[in-house]
Design a protein around this ligand. Structure first.
Ligand code: X2X
Length: 344
């Protein structure tokens, strides 16, 4: 009797398991996927990750559950190692900056070429066109699945010393730059004294005065209240903008059903569109309210005249020329043509 009951129970269990394996291919899915970000919410970058994760959870009825790891905490804040960690599976997915991944994918330096993209229409002409597709092919070839574009934004220079109107004003100034060689080249060419460090190290360095200045999109200035760490001068020179890319580790990508892959991709595209609008908020309106907010914090905001800007273009031209073949002459030519033909 006892034996018979156990047998019945076993049979019931087998049936239950069998049914489960047929009905739920999601059984091989991880309970949680780790998404790496440098900046968390409420920055636009952080919102990109949050919007993407929320859309995926909702549209997969929770089959794909994503947790955000801002501050690149999965790799101890070492943002230029993020791409390698994605490839190796230390990170499952990310919304990352082209700057941070450029040591591993040299084509990503395209967006860092000084004064290549004069306006947002130029950024869109690259990311939304053939150039963007070529860059995605390069990311794919480097071992990570690209899905959609987002935006960190135009990087404006801030400092504690003086208003920067010409390269001479930058002379000897200690500027924190990201650990990407083209940035050291650019700031050296302009006469500054660039110091490479991660974003995690940059914040205390600004606060202690170990560095005089930094460059980043202006929403970061307001979110972090950088005027409280002595950053009293902002110059809007629009020398480059870093797009963000939504990506997934390739093994993780392959473990999902085609239907779920389609959901994750579409959610990334939707989140990217929404985030790009957030990243441009306050900067695309005629009166640029974000600049007014910053001036309202007692900060000098310097907007360059065409002639003043030109002096920076000239000073950094040798860097452009040096990096063009390293990025790929054909790709840069194509980018220049796409920008010249852009709709304004
Ligand atoms: O480190 C930076 O400056 C930041 C936050 O903008 C990037 O990760 C590229």
């Amino acid at each position: 009797m006892q034996f018979r009951r156990s047998l019945l129970a076993l049979a019931a269990l087998a049936t239950a398991l069998g049914t489960f394996s047929v009905a739920a291919p999601a059984q091989t899915y991880k309970p949680e996927y780790k998404m790496s970000l440098v900046l968390g919410p409420p920055t636009p970058w952080g919102m990109a990750g949050k919007i993407w994760a929320d859309l995926v959870k909702e549209r997969t009825q929770g089959r794909i559950n994503i947790k955000l790891y801002p501050g690149v905490s999965l790799i101890q804040g070492d943002q230029t190692r993020e791409f390698s960690a994605l490839r190796q599976g230390v990170i499952d997915m990310a919304v990352g900056s082209t700057i941070n991944w450029s040591p591993q994918v040299k084509q990503l330096n395209l967006f860092s070429l000084p004064f290549l993209m004069p306006d947002y229409a130029a950024v869109d002409a690259l990311t939304q066109g053939e150039v963007g597709q070529e860059i995605f092919a390069a990311i794919d070839k480097a071992g990570v699945q690209p899905l959609a574009w987002g935006e960190n934004g135009y990087r404006e220079v801030t400092n504690s010393k003086r208003a920067i109107k010409s390269p001479a004003d930058l002379k000897g100034m200690k500027i924190r730059v990201v650990g990407s060689p083209i940035f050291s080249d650019m700031f050296t060419a302009m006469g500054a004294n660039p110091t490479q460090m991660s974003w995690a190290d940059a914040q205390p360095a600004l606060a202690s005065g170990a560095v005089d200045g930094q460059e980043n999109p202006l929403f970061l200035f307001t979110v972090l209240k950088m005027h409280t760490v002595g950053q009293k001068h902002v110059t809007t020179w629009g020398y480059m903008a870093d797009p963000l890319v939504f990506v997934v580790n390739k093994e993780i990508w392959a473990s999902w059903t085609p239907a779920d892959q389609a959901i994750v991709r579409q959610a990334a595209i939707d989140a990217g569109k929404e985030e790009i609008a957030l990243a441009r908020k306050g900067l695309t309106e005629a009166d640029k309210p974000l600049l007014k907010d910053i001036a309202g914090m007692g900060v000098t905001v310097t907007q360059l005249s065409a002639a003043e800007r030109d002096a920076f273009v000239k000073a950094t031209r040798p860097v452009y020329t040096k990096w063009k073949p390293q990025i790929g002459t054909a790709l840069v030519d194509k980018a220049e043509k796409a920008i010249a033909a852009r709709k304004q």
